[in-house]
Ligand binder design. Sequence first.
Ligand SMILES: Cc1cc2nc3c(=O)[nH]c(=O)nc-3n(C[C@H](O)[C@H](O)[C@H](O)COP(=O)(O)OP(=O)(O)OC[C@H]3O[C@@H](n4cnc5c(N)ncnc54)[C@H](O)[C@@H]3O)c2cc1C
Length: 389
Amino acid sequence: MSTVLETEEHKALRAAVAALGTRFGRDYTTALARKGEHPRELWDEAGKLGYLGVNLPEEYGGGGCGMAELSIVLEELGAAGSPLLMLVVSPAICGTVIARFGTEAQKRAWLPGLSDGSLTMSFGITEPDAGSNSHRITTTARHDGEGGWILSGRKVFISGVDISDATLIVGRTEDAKSGKLKPCLFIVPRDAPGFTHTPIEMELQAAEKQFELVLDDVRLPAGALVGEEADTGLLQLFAGLNPERIMGAAFAIGMGRHAVGRAVEYARTRTVWKGAPIGSHQAIAHPLAQAHIELELARLMMQKAAKLVDDGDDIGAGEAANMAKYAAAEACVRAVDQAVHTLGGNGLTREYGLASLITAARVSRIAPVSREMILNYVSHQTLGLPKSY
Ligand SMILES: Cc1cc2nc3c(=O)[nH]c(=O)nc-3n(C[C@H](O)[C@H](O)[C@H](O)COP(=O)(O)OP(=O)(O)OC[C@H]3O[C@@H](n4cnc5c(N)ncnc54)[C@H](O)[C@@H]3O)c2cc1C
């Protein structure tokens, strides 16, 4: 893939991460996913090499770079067939929010561990009765009368809670219940009394599981609230959501590249007519070329979004991050579909291991924000069209 917009450092990072990803590869990830295990070895090694916290501040053990670099890490691991989904959540969302809005104590407690991978944090915003409408979330925090908090609510589809030391839970304070969303973010340790997580059975072949969470009057110290109470609000949440969308795009682009790479390799050599490999038929070649173009275009928008975030333009980044996530998901779904088709019957075998990407690719259309909610965003925010809801 062309990397014309990248610095020499970016290219070197890309090459180094690609080498690490290739060393593990899709067979490693698939074997673990089938056993329901986390890619701990890869995670630890990526942490040791400084890749996991490349976006986090240097003074707290991070790499001092930004989303441009973290998205390279995820894209390259994915392109090698060994993506780390928790990169979307742990350093990108939780790390960014804590680095920008956390108290000094929270930064010291979490950022070094999130950077080297010794600590992992998951992120919970989705609720069963709110779904795409996060203004409707009802997870509520009330003061416990002793300076702490009591948090109650339910969350669904939260990734990686079993392997996370804590979950960053998006709630609202009691007095904000009836008004517009005034989010407040709480760091909830995995073993907090009243906090339970139950796996949701998904038709997905992935190392990371999704969970339903119940917060039943979970008592938390004052220091569990990210930042100060007076400062809580949408800005904190947005600080995490742009990185989340950029990483959603990186995940999809990586997967799409992996699928196209595998299909091209197959199409070059598979021959069923005299002398001509199937890749010489335009019906096979053109859709793969199209998939490659669409992935490249999506990456351009992802780079723009990452640059805006890294330059501190959260508002400007909102549109680009949404567009990048949209373009990447659509490109990924089409790339995977075409890759599976290219392999004919082998596209559906366990041996070739491509078919499971069909469901995996669909995730990128739904999470972290659905295709329709992005189209709504662009309709309303960019085009100024009226809302139907
Ligand atoms: C594998 C996976 C991992 C996930 N990990 C996490 C996680 O770690 N943390 C977390 O908080 N969440 C996570 N999620 C949840 C994810 O963010 C939600 O599934 C997503 O935001 C959609 O919400 P929903 O499933 O409730 O769908 P709904 O909101 O019920 O939407 C259903 C359908 O209706 C469409 N729709 C809804 N409203 C509108 C509208 N106004 N206009 C047009 N169409 C509309 C949607 O686009 C969608 O197609 C994960 C989900 C999956 C599948």
